[in-house]
Design a protein around this ligand. Structure first.
Ligand SMILES: Nc1ncnc2c1ncn2[C@@H]1O[C@H](COP(=O)(O)OP(=O)(O)OP(=O)(O)O)[C@@H](O)[C@H]1O
Length: 229
């Protein structure tokens, strides 16, 4: 990676560790993970089941405590921040897409993309324009007023992608974002996610089991024995 990317890193992990107790046995899942992701860089996170991909994404997403080491988000030392500051870092810099869409069932597709923007303080008309632009880009122009239950699995995940990007995050975190879709749909949705993330200029860290699609990203990192290789 060149120097300009390092200086603009959206996330830097230094010596990240995490252990869990299972049945009285301590498991060291992350054993000193180092990672730097530059602005606009799309990184595939690979590793066998149980290797700690979700745990790593939770650390970067500032969703849980209990980690050792340093987590720097857009130049801010997150592991030293209090809960309020971490919430602000999450809101201002990070977007999320999960394996299961987690859309709000009582709201239509557009409103699901509008709501996080309102929470971030954007005026409603602007938030609606942004939601419509993203959903149209993802081929959901005709589906904006559908509730999640009236959408296919692939459509639901595309709405979740739009929601994850709605606040123009510097970094999109995606944990097997198409893991619950059949292979053909998964491929199409991941293609769309990648092209939209590129267009938007966000960086992304995407956990996936799909080696073929991982090859299309800027870089592949692999979790093995608790470290990245
Ligand atoms: N809250 C927890 N308490 C105890 N053990 C946990 C907890 N969260 C994760 N683990 C353990 O940490 C290890 C890594 O889990 P993680 O979900 O991060 O792996 P993963 O690579 O995302 O797996 P998969 O590809 O199957 O989703 C597993 O052994 C898991 O059982």
């Amino acid at each position: 990676m060149n120097r300009s990317l390092i200086s603009q890193a959206v996330v830097e992990l230094r010596g990240l560790t995490r252990s869990f107790e299972q049945g009285g046995v301590r498991i060291d899942v992350l054993r000193g993970v180092n990672l730097s992701i530059g602005a606009g860089e799309i990184v595939a996170l690979l590793g066998p089941s149980g290797s700690g991909k979700s745990t790593l994404l939770q650390a970067v997403g500032l969703l849980e405590g209990g980690f050792g080491g340093e987590i720097v988000i857009a130049g801010h030392a997150a592991e030293k921040s209090n809960a309020q500051a971490r919430t602000e870092l999450r809101r201002d810099h990070l977007g999320f897409v999960y394996q299961f869409h987690h859309l709000l069932p009582d709201f239509d597709a557009r409103e699901n993309v509008v709501l996080p923007q309102l929470v971030a303080g954007k005026p409603r008309d602007e938030a609606e324009r942004r939601a419509e632009e993203l959903l149209t880009e993802l081929g959901l122009g005709e589906r904006m007023t559908h509730r999640p239950s009236k959408l296919s699995g692939g459509e639901q995940q595309r709405v979740a992608v739009a929601r994850g990007l709605a606040n123009r995050p510097k970094l999109l975190l995606a944990d097997e974002p198409t893991g619950n879709l059949d292979e053909a749909t998964s491929g199409r949705v991941l293609e769309q996610l990648l092209s939209l993330v590129r267009e938007e200029g966000s960086a992304a860290l995407i956990a996936t089991h799909n080696e073929r699609l991982a090859q299309r990203m800027d870089r592949i990192v692999r979790l093995h024995d608790g470290v990245l290789e």
